[in-house]
Design a protein around this ligand. Structure first.
Ligand code: PAF
Length: 282
């Protein structure tokens, strides 16, 4: 595994790979690597000649008062995980190089960035879209891999790739879960033992929503109310939102007639956790 810190060097390595007709798979991350990330790497390895992983805790996607400074950083452990996973290049840009003084350009994907997490994290998706486009320009991948846990992020990146005519295939991969159903996330590291147990209510609520749809419940509000009941049963969880919406536009769905996204965001202790599932009515 080659570790590259500079943008110029990464750019040059990617161009060399492209000139040699190697297909490049890219997995962007903010580090604190877990099995969710390694599942993306595994898929990228299967699909491509070369896999590039980036680790960059992107300041522009954290809103005021969020956990930018306390976000888990464990670069030595991450290097070992990355190397063990068999990637070819690890890109570790510095914040100063990514956002030099006088940096002024941002990418704004309209509408789908407004509901769900967009309401609670103003400007978050602008930071995500900007850094992902910058990384795409530096790494020039053929394919890029994202987890379905961050469903809205995935949609934003897909829309950006479509609207800006990026010649990059966006691949989504299923959420990887802990034994008790909690979606793997770097932010799970904030949870203590007790909070970890409470967090299982998120998956339980999603499971119940799926069961209700299977049992022919179609009224979103009834499902949301039941999910809220399950979550509120647990100590120390605060709901940011539970939404049943169109999986493409994220507009609210009042009656489930075909496919719907059920998305949830909660706060437990110092962690803000998100999860989702898709339900389908035939
Ligand atoms: O999902 C993440 O880890 C980040 O939002 C991403 C896509 C690496 C951009 O910083």
């Amino acid at each position: 595994m080659k570790v590259i810190g500079s943008i110029v060097e990464m750019h040059k390595a990617s161009l060399d790979l492209r000139n040699k007709r190697k297909s490049i798979g890219f997995v962007p991350t903010m580090g604190a690597l877990h099995k969710g990330h390694t599942s993306l790497i595994e898929k990228a390895k299967k699909d491509n000649d070369v896999v590039i992983l980036s680790i960059f805790v992107n300041p522009t996607q954290f809103t005021a008062g969020e956990d930018y400074h306390s976000y888990p950083r464990d670069i030595e452990k991450d290097k070992t995980t990355a190397s063990d996973s068999g990637i070819d290049y690890l890109f570790l840009p510095s914040t100063d190089e990514m956002y030099p003084e006088g940096y002024k350009t941002f990418v704004n994907v309209e509408d789908i960035t407004e509901p769900l997490c967009g309401k609670f994290r103003l400007g978050h998706f602008k930071g995500v879209a900007t850094v992902v486009l910058k990384l795409f320009n530096i790494i020039k991948p053929h394919k890029a891999y994202f987890g379905e846990k961050d469903y809205q992020q995935l949609l934003v990146i897909r829309m950006m790739a479509r609207d800006l005519n990026l010649d990059i295939e966006i691949i989504n991969m299923p959420t990887i879960r802990e034994g008790n159903g909690i979606a793997m996330s770097s932010r799970n590291r904030y949870l203590n033992q007790k909070e970890m147990v409470s967090a299982a209510a998120i998956y339980k609520a999603l499971k119940i929503s799926q069961e209700m749809v299977k049992d022919s419940e179609r009224i979103s509000q009834k499902i949301i109310t039941e999910m809220e009941r399950v979550i509120k049963n647990e100590e120390g969880i605060k709901i940011d939102y539970i939404s049943i919406c169109d999986p493409d536009t994220l507009e609210d769905v009042k009656i489930i007639n075909d496919r719907a996204l059920i998305a949830i965001a909660v706060r437990i202790g110092n962690a803000r956790l998100i999860d989702n599932c898709i339900v389908e009515v035939r």
